[in-house]
Ligand binder design. Sequence first.
Ligand code: PHE
Length: 341
Amino acid sequence: MKERIEALMAEIESLKCRKEQEIEEARVRLLGKKGEITKLFEDFRSVAPEMKREFGQKLNILKNTAVAKIEELRASVQESASAGDSSFDSTMPGDPVAIGSRHPVSIVREEIVNIFRKFGYDVAEGPEIEDDWHVFEALNFPPEHPAREMQDTFFISASDNPVLLRTHTSSVQVRAMEKMPLPIRIVCPGRVFRNEAISARAHCIFHQVEGLYIDEGVTFADMKQAILLFAREMFGPQTQIRMRPSYFPFTEPSAEIDVSCNICHGKGCNICKGTGWLEIMGCGMVDPNVLEASGIDSKKYSGFAFGMGVERIAMLKWQVKDLRNYFENDMRFLKEFETFI
Ligand code: PHE
């Protein structure tokens, strides 16, 4: 028996097959029902008990070697078959990988932020899920203000201390005033949420960049100049601005900023609805109540704040007529901005 095992072992080790069929034949001859190794296992039953251990081990090794060899031969035959497959042409060009491009809202947000960075503003960010204090109370919103109604704001919980989705990034300015050392000069880019019916001109989610500058002796003239410089960087050096009186609970006085229409240069077109002006942002001098609510001495410090919608600026820049385009991820729309990366 020992010799038979050794002879078979040598045969298995030197086994060479070039075809699937030859391998199958070798498998049947060795491991099949009437195969040599199968026969050896049958003979093993009549081996003397004291020899069982030694032969048992040898037989198992023989069988495992045979199984492994057959597998190895199969793998190498398959490999050489596919390497020689004439339908595979390694010189063919590969499948193209579609390269994404930046979203127009991201492009414009970055452009706005970079302009203010150049003016020395830092970037501040804050949570999208907020409390009543940071979105309304600290910003001087009276209790009956409509923004505090369910119809206008998304509330997550409406307990005594409501949790809600921020309706503007002014909440980040409050957080900055509470924490940052003075003077403060920041822009706050971010996503905001309002309970609005979705249309070509309004969406329940959009993006803002708001700004805040607080120091000793900051005046309305400083605000006007900062916004004029921004408008010229954003819309071109010929751009004019005009201010219209407005109202926000957190600024006094407040204004709405229009820029001269960069399409018709003041002559009147359908983008500016014939007026020659386009509204781009709200702004104002920070109300002393707001400074005091965040622990800033309003006798010593003053400041201005402004806020604009990123989608609105992007619409004006590229004359996009329907705001919904920015949220639908239609590739045909997004591809138009590929060159702006
Ligand atoms: N927070 C205002 C809005 O969301 C914008 C604004 C910011 C106006 C700062 C004035 C000053 O509409």
